[in-house]
Write a protein that binds this ligand. Structure first.
Ligand code: F6R
Length: 364
């Protein structure tokens, strides 16, 4: 059942080319979103929609945050996001002009479920993205989009995270098309998602190199993940993966926030893991790496292929193929996942069953 892999997590990370393909089949074609699951909400979207509010926990929240960056850049409709355990107790500003987007792999997370119940009472429409057919949250929603990635057994979310991002982009593209018309850049991004399974085959081959990095960095007690823009949710997800399966203290920060506090932590014992694709914020990230280097922090970076100066800025680096700026969260996800996995293995931990965690969080 592990298909020859040592762990479900390793199997599921390696399934990402097929899982992503399954997630977008019938939803993205030739750069166009053909998502039909929201057909019953078309009128609501074109006539009433004023705001989108994303509600999710953990890794699903990080997928949602990536969607927020996407929509803020390309859509006229604003996106708010809150973790479900906060949303449900905060008197969230949602009404009959709001689309609440619940993201839950299991479809059973209690905080997310209670969140959508509150949203519905306030008159909002709810769409859920889930991987478990017939689970409670999608059943209680006005629309459900199932990821179709096949079951995820490892406690750490991997293939469902990348599937979530791909589906969120397809959904976002559909909303943009309905509310403001289609555009070429969105088409390029969706085409890039259709090519992502091939990109994944290349990225997954980096595992031997990632293992080497894990061997060098397993000795540290801490790791600071940093990113900007689309790289920021990836930094958060990298930190979550590392802490949950390797029990190494890790935190993700917006790189621009370093000088407002976190940089005080950095020294030769506290390394940085930088998400630094060649994108519109590249030069800004570069300055943040220099600041970190000046504190003697060791630096690992994930960047874009053919970045000739990265070796001067970092101690170690990994390159992924060049993709559209909005797609680095997808292209880089397997790298942060594999890094956490390899560190856990070196620490002799079982990544499929991290202590104190459950696959489905049905209690508060
Ligand atoms: C991390 C992880 C958790 C879940 C979170 C939400 O790897 O798996 O952070 O993402 O518990 O779960 P779902 O998506 O089932 O609502």
């Amino acid at each position: 059942e592990k298909g020859g892999y040592d762990h479900f997590m390793l199997k599921e990370m390696n399934e990402q080319p097929e899982a992503l393909k399954a997630a977008i089949t019938g939803r993205i074609k030739n750069g166009k979103s053909i998502l039909s699951e929201i057909n019953n909400l078309k009128e609501f979207i074109t006539e009433k929609l004023r705001k989108i509010f994303v509600v999710a926990c953990g890794t699903s929240y990080h997928a949602g945050l990536t969607f927020k960056y996407f929509m803020n850049r390309y859509s006229k409709i604003g996106v708010d996001i809150e973790v479900a355990s906060e949303f449900r107790y905060m008197n969230p500003h949602v009404d009959e002009n709001t689309l609440v987007l619940a993201i839950s792999q299991s479809g059973e997370t209690i905080d997310t479920l209670e969140g959508i119940r509150i949203a519905k009472e306030k008159g909002a429409k709810v769409i859920t993205i889930s991987n478990v057919f017939g689970s409670t949250i999608p059943r209680e929603s006005h629309g459900a989009i199932y990821m179709n990635t096949g079951p995820e057994i490892g406690v750490a979310a991997t293939k469902t995270y990348t599937a979530q991002i791909a589906i969120l982009y397809a959904l976002g593209a559909k909303i943009i098309e309905l509310t403001q018309g289609s555009n070429d850049e969105i088409r390029d991004i969706l085409k890039g998602i259709e090519e992502m399974p091939e990109v994944y085959k290349k990225v997954l081959k980096l595992n031997e190199r990632i293992k080497e990095l894990a061997r060098e960095y397993v000795k540290f007690q801490h790791m600071m993940y940093i990113g900007r823009g689309f790289g920021y949710p990836t930094a958060l997800e990298g930190a979550l993966k590392l802490k949950e399966i390797s029990y190494i203290h890790a935190a993700g920060y917006q790189a621009g926030e370093l000088k407002h506090g976190p940089i005080a932590l950095l020294d030769e014992q506290f390394p940085v893991f930088a998400i630094i694709p060649k994108d519109s914020l590249y030069e800004k990230m570069k300055s943040n790496l220099m600041e970190s280097k000046a504190r003697n922090a060791n630096i690992i970076a994930i960047t874009t292929e053919n970045n000739n100066e990265i070796s001067q800025l970092t101690d170690e680096y990994i390159c992924v193929p060049q993709v559209h700026e909005a797609l680095y969260p997808l292209a880089m996800a397997p790298v942060i996942q594999l890094f956490a996995y390899n560190v856990a293995i070196l620490r002799k931990l079982d990544p499929d069953k991290p202590r104190n965690l459950a696959k489905s969080v049905t209690v508060e």
